[in-house]
Design a protein around this ligand. Structure first.
Ligand SMILES: Nc1ncnc2c1ncn2[C@@H]1O[C@H](COP(=O)(O)OP(=O)(O)O)[C@@H](O)[C@H]1O
Ligand SMILES: [Mg+2]
Length: 216
């Protein structure tokens, strides 16, 4: 896969299709059985990538008994960033007003954004976001997508997974996976055209059916 810098690529597929596994491989925490993965020209997970790749895991990964600011500063310190960088990350995810709040007292959406703040610390070149909008209300989902495009606009390459097809239209490039195999890699417009429908949910189903009839 090769994504131009400043783009948002969606990794779409049903639950269990291998989205998290693929993302873990890109980040370098997954044991890969065959093949090799290079990220920004370096082997996945290698030391030079440490500050260049941000990863948001599927489950929020912030400490409940620390405040938003404490979490951000702790994470910043791990990567050698200063307090100002931590503050910027908090502001970028819209949590400036909640910075002094304990994570335990945040709403689910705010907690996800606190995790996101840690993932975008120092503005990494590649951001790998695993289902960042799951369980968020529609308004917040919309805000998060705007943030992803904002970050991409500032030069980050973003790989974001979702099992919700209505989010697919917000990406510049779509990767559709099913049972660990890529069944489409195209723009949303091209996926719609190939499947002969404007509805991306329906398009995905049709591409699966076409693949079952004539396996690649
Ligand atoms: N390319 C692959 N080859 C073999 N097994 C895979 C592959 N991708 C995923 N799996 C297995 O499929 C299961 C579900 O994968 P996961 O990545 O959690 O899916 P998702 O995040 O899409 O819900 C896991 O048990 C994983 O080990
Ligand atoms: Mg997953």
């Amino acid at each position: 896969m090769h994504d131009p810098a400043g783009s948002v690529t969606g990794l779409l597929g049903p639950s269990g299709s291998g989205k998290t596994t693929l993302m873990r491989a890109v980040v370098g925490v997954q044991v890969v059985k065959s093949g090799s993965i290079s990220v920004l020209g370096e082997p996945a997970g290698s030391a030079p990538l440490r500050r260049k790749v941000g990863y948001l895991t599927q489950a929020p990964s912030v400490y409940a008994d620390l405040t938003v600011r404490e979490n951000a500063r702790y994470f910043a310190a791990l990567y050698g960033y200063d307090a100002a960088t931590a503050e910027r990350a908090i502001a970028d995810v819209g949590l400036a007003k909640a910075a002094r709040q304990l994570v335990a007292t945040l709403s689910g959406g705010q907690r996800s954004r606190a995790s996101l703040a840690c993932a975008i610390m120092g503005e990494p070149e590649l951001l790998v976001l695993d289902e960042p909008t799951v369980g968020q209300d529609p308004v917040l989902r919309d805000e998060l997508w705007k943030q992803f495009h904002d970050l991409a606009g500032r030069g980050a390459t973003i790989l974001v997974s979702s099992h919700v097809m209505d989010e697919a239209g917000r990406c510049e490039r779509l990767l559709l996976i099913r049972e660990g195999a890529l069944i489409a890699d195209d723009t949303p417009a091209a996926v719609r055209e190939r499947a002969g429908t404007d509805d991306l949910d329906e398009a995905f189903l049709r591409l699966i059916k076409a693949q079952e009839v004539a396996p690649a």
